[in-house]
Design a protein around this ligand. Sequence first.
Ligand SMILES: *Cc1c(COP(=O)(O)O)cnc(C)c1O
Length: 361
Amino acid sequence: MIPYGRQHIDDDDIAAVVQVMKGDWLTQGPHIAEFEDSIRGLTGARHAVAFSSGTAALHGAMHAARIGPGNLVATSPLSFAASANAALYVGADVTFVDIDPSTLNLDPTAVPDHADALVAVHYAGLPVDLGALQRRPRVVIEDAAHALGAHTPSGPVGNCSDSDMCCFSFHPVKAVTTGEGGMVTTNSEKFAERLVAFRHHGIRRTPDVAPWSYDIAELGYNYRLTDIQAALGTSQLTKLDRFVERRNEIAARYREMLHDLTAVTLPPAAPDGTRHAYHLFPLRVPGRAEVHAHLVERGVATQVHYIPTYRLTAYAERGFTAAGHPATEDAYEHLLSIPMYPDLTTGEQSLVVEAIREALR
Ligand SMILES: *Cc1c(COP(=O)(O)O)cnc(C)c1O
């Protein structure tokens, strides 16, 4: 079965992990800082704080920005549930902003004026145009789980030029992997300090009291990444540029091979000056269920990104509905993500396209 996404692991990635296993520190050692330095170098952000997952990173960002009960967090309903869940974890309210069908990102001109925070999801790896916000909420957090390696005219995603914090995920289907893992970048010293405490129980050292002394004023969690994972991440990051180049090549070839299929809508391309990260290649197809089934028969796995978050039971029970989200509903009915990952061969890609053509005949 050709999967819709998968990791690429080389021998040097494995060697990096083995080396940590033979050393003194499996966790809370020097590889975390090294991995954070790599992300800082790559994005240009002043601070980077590693987390045990992208979801933990989003939770940390909410906490660092002091979002909580009484605050309203706007986000895209066409995302993984974690984007909205993070707001609920801290007791805030959520409002979903309908997507702009020309980008599949939330429409930045439709973020309500009374939102305290925005979680801007760079869907499929195409950055949200944060410059188009009518009014900037108190806190802007980027959910860049899809967008490591993407660039905007103001530089790499993660430099936080138009946001307070930017969150990445290192799940195996994402641009680079640590198995599970996440990162928050920020230019704020204050946010970085709160993020570091939050991932380690809220502990702050108080060496003025005694050498062993510490205190917990605000509860945190154990959201630490291990050194084993961090070493894998540092090794993987050396290949990020190659991975994203390859994803862009695959996207260009899909566009060329599918452009005459009028029934299929290709995913939005990046505007000039923007580099797409192509985490996903989501088509819009008629008769999605039939296309999906035919592709499975031909050995091609596809996925739907995403069931709109307001449709999930935990959200429906909180009173969320499809009302007010016609563009998201319309996209959701037709979306199908086809295989997209660096190791997808040209032969496999041709097979995927042939199977789509058959399904639509
Ligand atoms: C993957 C993903 C996350 C969560 O990342 P994990 O590392 O799996 O916790 C959050 N938001 C989006 C949009 C994602 O795709």
